[in-house]
Design a protein around this ligand. Sequence first.
Ligand code: ADP
Ligand code: MG
Length: 899
Amino acid sequence: QIQRALRSLSIPLERLHIMKGHMIQDMCKGLSRQTHAQAKVRMLPTYLCSTPNGTEKGSFLVVELCQSQVRILLVTLFGDGNMSPHMVYKIFDLPEGITQGEGEALFDFIAQCVSQFLAETFSSDTSKPEERLPLGFVFPFTCQQTQLDKAELLSWSKGFNCSGVVGEDVVKLLQTAINRQQLCHVDVVALMNDTVGTMMTCSTEGRPCEVAIVADKGSNCCFMAEAYLVETTDETSGRMCVNTEWGCFGDDGTLNDVFTPYDESVDVESYNPGEKRFEKMVGTLYLGEIVRHALIALAAEKAIFVGVNIAVLKEKGVFTMQHIMDIINNEDGISDVKRILEVLGLQPTERDCGRVQQICRAVVGRASTLHATGLAAILSYMCQTRDLETLMVNVGVEGELYTGYPRFEEILMSVSRLLSPECMATLLPSKDGSGRGAAMVTAVALRLAALRREVNEVLSPLRLSRSDLEKVQALMRQEMDQGLGKETNANASVRMLPTYVSHTPDGTERGDFLALDLGGTNFRVLVVHVTEEGISMASEIYVIPAAIMQGTGEALFDHIIDCIIDFQTKQNLVTDTLPLGFTFSFPCKQMGLDKALLLTWTKGFSASGCVGQDVVQLLREAARRKQHLGMQVVALVNDTVGTMMACGYDDPKCEIGLIVGTGTNACYMEEMKNVGTVEGDQGRMCINMEWGAFGDNGCLDHIFTHFDKVVDETTINPGKQRFEKLISGMYLGEIVRQVLLVMTEKQLLFQGKLTPKLQTRDIFKTKFLSTIEVSNGLALRQIRAILSELEIDASFEDSVLLREVCQTVSLRAAQLCAAGLAAVVEKMRENQGVDQLSVTVGVDGTLYKLHPRFSDNLQKTLKDLAPNCNVSFLLSEDGSGKGAALVAAVASRAANAME
Ligand code: ADP
Ligand code: MG
């Protein structure tokens, strides 16, 4: 029978594995918005988003409400890594009956203690502190916290039952009581339970503690969870400490099969039967009771105390944790055990003594094993949600079971290691967790609040209000009108260049076309087959040697023709004369669809004799020189136009083209009667806005920040393309870098340490923003990788702040782009004279395509700024190739129609 009893108290490993799984499930249930209300493991958010980093300093008051006492502490931190805080404290006994009386009386008593403590502590000091004194409140009851300093009491426990407190904000109750004591310089800034205090106190410099277990009368655990997983709060970035309240694990029956009859008896006799099932197996308040019931049951089975009067065991609470400790910590001999049992009023034989000892060991061992199982669940969960292969973490521990039972630590470590081999925990004993920890919590809260204020100060110029955006939209509209007007065009920053493209595709285009793409990353020749079944293409990339790029114009265009001939030969296209569309991504003044004067070379080209010349003519002349008859140049196309045309083939509503890549630009279909710079009022024409230059006349100066000015000054074209420099891929990374420099100087980031790499221009790539901004928190590891490439040693908080900087910069870019587009779609709506416009934007550009939020932010803002326009976005595939061919196709379709 003894063996059976001992076996029932020992839980096999595979059962522990299952239990760990249940615990993880219950944790997820507690964190999820949908299931939180029914969850037994409550997973309460604490609004504590950081652990101490050692820089905290100042004096902090702590009020700790305990079972029968109030403890008031004054903790002074020196910013020395929290190695040696200075503490003074005083303990006040709670008056008889106050725990059952009125809430107001309880809080008034606490406030009086604070008042008395301050009077005594500062009496010798003639200069009573004039500064505000922040206070942390350790309140070890279950609360629904909605801020660090706002917590509604859900229910009393531990013998407390004051009226008028449940459902109230206990921080407010304490602050009000303190104010009644005329202690107006004392601010209650944080409330926490003792578990959180334990975690905080174990953190010292370079050794953050992210899990804490309190193995005491009750049992609880808290840990730093990824904030986005805590769905019961709005916090999504960084981490937040979650108070698991794991004592309630098993209240839905998941522990039933490991419950012994002894546990059942303990539960039935408790004041809350059916609740806190896990706690009743592991809390030291209950371990003596479990032993007592086991002994009663075994005595009834005549396995122990045969012929002994065990009436004394019938009394609840006679067998305490202290008895258990005394019995099991007695390795040599059982004479002490005998004495302890005799003091209790039992007359045990020697064999009885041995058996009692075995039962005690089994009960305490089980409690330790169950703690280990809970810990394993927490560790595995952290490891998974942080997307780590292995987790190294420090675990703070405190409580009677830990300090009283020498094997607790060994069992906790070995069993959790068996259950979660991927995790490496290091135990840190907590010294006075709740007192010192509460001061830490308070200090960290103040540090974070100060940091937040300074961060907001740096970032606020980059944050645009709704009215800022409306103003940008109105300005864009104004510049568009100026650019379109014959007289005003010369002074407009948005040049509104006519393209001589007057139709978008209607799907009836047919034929084979050649396309050239010059001015992007590669020079390409393409053939595009437009058939009833759709469009198919073949293309080849050709190299333009630097010598040719910088040689004569003749040589350059001869080389281009050679490439075309080579391509047509390879593609068996030599016998036909194919229409050719030419995507030429350099600034041109277009005089006709096939007539465009080069204004200036960019991107490393400098071929002589081209600027001011008609580029189409130069290409035609080269063809003549080479006697190549296989092509006929019909159109020269800007890449925005190509994008619009390529998307227009799939969606006839596509009448806008947008590029957000290295640069940014847009085009759209305008009514000819509004285009003052081209003769004729009939029909429509695509206008290449060249909106990147928006603001070059100073109209956007009010939104440029210090960062934008620095970035602009270091470009090859200062003062030019000002709108583009707020939006496009060539600049966003550099803007972020400028913000990082300022934040580091202000000691808000990287501990104020600037690395030479970070001070290098263009080192921070725009593609980093995409990696960093991936929303689900898993990218933190990649953030670290990026930063270590920049030789920056970043803390977790640095990573979170870095992400905020990136988000701010990319959000502004998307919003500005949306303000520009809003002006465009609203103008189109006016042109058509409709209440509601439905239109599609064809988009190209790697920033738009690959950034995780840019397109969403753009579309959301556009919807907001132009609510009467229903705008869809269509990604362009190979706009410059396909688009150029389609311009050629549409031109020949239109020409055929004329004939
Ligand atoms: P282009 O505009 O020259 O035709 P792209 O459309 O490919 O070329 O855009 C290139 C720009 O996209 C680069 O300036 C780079 O900053 C940016 N970029 C590249 N990769 C990413 C990415 N993953 N996320 C955001 N931007 C990117
Ligand atoms: Mg491009």
